[in-house]
Design a protein. Structure first.
Lengths: 189, 237
C-alpha cells in the first residue's frame, strides 16, 4: 500500500505543527534534528549535552511556532534558536570567559588547511579552543553574525568580540600548523 | 583574505555535517510537549493568583470590620438604681422569711388543692413585708416614701435588710423555693410581652464566640508580625 504523504510542503507542515499536530511536529523534528544537533555540537563539546540542548531548542521551536513569520527561512529561524540555546547552556555552565584585549591591526593569518581535513577533525580543533573564543568564532565564521550582534547576544562589548575572534583565529592557526607538521605536512589553501 | 577563505571552508564543512540524535530523542521531546500542554506556566500563575485572591476574600469576609465591635461596651448606670432594685426585690425574700411560720401554720391547717402554697405567698406579702421592714428598718420604710428619705437612712435600712436576709436565708425551705419557682413561672406566663427568641439567642452566642475567636487570631497575627519585624531588624533569619 502506497503511503500517502500527508504534508506536501513545509508551509502546511509548519501550520499544522503550530496548531499542535504531533505528527507534523515529528516530521519537522525528523527532518531537521540531525542538522540542528550538529549546530549544537559545534558549541557544546559533550554530545549528550548537545542533544539535550537540541531538544530544548526544539521544544522552544514548537511552543513558539506561532511567532514564526514567513519573512525568513524556517531552518534559519531554527538555527538561531539552537545557537541561542547553546549559548544559554554554556552561560549556565559558566565556562565561557571573555577577556578584553586590544586587537592588533592588519594581523597576518596564513592558515594551513589541507583538503583532507574533515568536519570531525575541524570540530575537534574548534573544541580545543576556550569557550569564549569558540563561541565568537563560530558565531562570526559559521553563523555569519556581525560583531555588534555577537556583542549583544553575549552581553559583551564589540571590542571584546573582535578580540576574541582575533585570538581564536590565532590559536586555530597555531593548532593547524602544528597538526600539519606532525600529520599532514604543510599545505596552504 | 586568508582568514575569510579558511572560515568559508570551515563553514562549508560544518554546515554540511549532520549528527543523528538518539532514538529516544523524539520520545523525550514529546513527553515535554505533553507536559507543557497539560500545565502551561501562565495557567499555573493564574491559578496561584486566583488562589491568593480567594484566600484574601475569605479572610476579608471572615474578619470584616474587626476593630469596630471587639471591645465590650461600658454602659454607665445610675448608682442609685441598683439600690432601688435591691429594695424592691429583697422584700420578697423577707416576706418568705417572715411568713415561714404562717405557712407552717397554714400547712397544718391543710391547704386546699386549688390554692396551693403559692397562694399563701401571694396573700402574705403585704402584711409580712411591713412587718419585716418594721422589724429590720425600725421605721416607716416603703417604696412610696423611699425617695423622700435621706440617703443615709436608706443606706442603713439596706444594711439592716441584708443582715436580716442573711440571717433568714438558711431558713428557706424547699416548699418556699418551689413556691417561688411557681410564682416566677406564673409571672412569665402572664407577661405576654416577655418572649425569648431562640434564634436571636443563638445568634448572640455565636457572635460572642466569633468575636473571641477573631480576637485570638488577631493576637496571634500581631505577635507573628512583631516577631518577623524584630527578626528583620536584627537580621536574625
Amino acid at each position: 500500500m502506497k503511503v500517502i504523504q500527508l504534508f506536501k510542503n513545509d508551509a502546511l507542515l509548519i501550520k499544522r505543527a503550530a496548531a499542535g499536530n504531533r505528527q507534523a511536529q515529528r516530521k519537522i523534528y525528523e527532518k531537521h534534528s540531525a542538522k540542528m544537533l550538529s549546530i549544537c555540537r559545534q558549541y557544546v563539546k559533550d554530545l549528550h549535552h548537545a542533544e539535550e540542548v537540541m531538544l530544548n531548542g526544539f521544544f522552544k521551536v514548537f511552543t513558539h511556532l506561532k511567532d514564526f513569520r514567513d519573512e525568513g527561512s524556517f531552518e534559519g529561524w531554527m538555527r538561531q534558536i539552537m545557537v541561542r540555546e547553546s549559548i544559554s547552556f554554556l552561560r549556565t555552565d559558566k565556562r565561557s570567559m571573555f577577556a578584553e584585549d586590544e586587537v592588533p591591526e592588519n594581523a597576518d593569518f596564513s592558515y594551513c588547511f589541507t583538503s583532507e581535513f574533515n568536519a570531525a577533525h575541524i570540530q575537534k580543533v574548534i573544541d580545543s579552543l576556550p569557550e569564549g573564543y569558540k563561541m565568537v568564532f563560530l558565531m562570526y565564521a559559521v553563523e555569519g553574525y556581525k560583531h555588534h550582534e555577537i556583542a549583544k547576544m553575549l552581553n559583551i562589548t564589540e571590542g571584546t568580540s573582535k578580540s576574541q575572534l582575533f585570538k581564536a583565529r590565532k590559536m586555530l592557526q597555531e593548532k593547524l600548523e602544528q597538526e600539519n607538521k606532525t600529520e599532514y605536512g604543510t599545505g596552504k589553501i | 583574505m586568508e582568514p575569510e577563505r579558511f572560515e568559508n571552508n570551515v563553514k562549508k564543512l560544518l554546515e554540511g555535517r549532520e549528527i543523528q540524535p538518539s532514538a529516544a530523542g523524539w520520545e523525550k521531546l514529546e513527553q515535554r510537549l505533553e507536559q507543557g500542554r497539560k500545565k502551561p506556566t501562565y495557567l499555573l500563575w493564574i491559578t496561584a493568583v486566583a488562589a491568593v485572591a480567594a484566600l484574601f476574600f475569605v479572610l476579608g469576609t471572615f474578619f470584616d470590620s474587626p476593630f469596630t465591635s471587639e471591645a465590650p461596651q461600658v454602659v454607665e448606670e445610675n448608682s442609685a438604681l441598683p439600690v432601688l432594685q435591691e429594695k424592691t426585690s429583697e422584700p420578697e425574700v423577707i416576706q418568705i422569711a417572715a411568713s415561714e411560720e404562717n405557712e407552717k401554720v397554714e400547712e397544718e391547717e391543710k391547704p386546699s388543692a386549688e390554692r396551693p402554697v403559692k397562694n399563701a405567698i401571694f396573700e402574705a406579702p403585704v402584711a409580712s413585708v411591713s412587718e419585716a421592714e418594721s422589724e429590720v428598718a425600725s421605721g416607716n420604710f416603703s417604696e412610696a416614701t423611699e425617695e423622700k428619705k435621706p440617703l443615709k437612712e436608706i443606706q442603713s435600712a439596706e444594711d439592716n435588710v441584708e443582715v436580716a436576709v442573711n440571717e433568714n436565708r438558711a431558713a428557706v425551705s424547699d416548699n418556699e423555693v418551689e413556691a417561688l419557682l411557681l410564682l416566677a413561672t406564673a409571672e412569665l406566663k402572664a407577661d405576654t410581652t416577655f418572649t425569648v427568641n431562640s434564634k436571636d439567642l443563638l445568634y448572640q452566642v455565636e457572635y460572642e464566640l466569633e468575636q473571641s475567636f477573631r480576637q485570638k487570631v488577631f493576637e496571634v497575627v500581631k505577635e507573628g508580625i512583631s516577631r518577623a519585624k524584630t527578626a528583620v531588624a536584627n537580621r536574625d533569619f
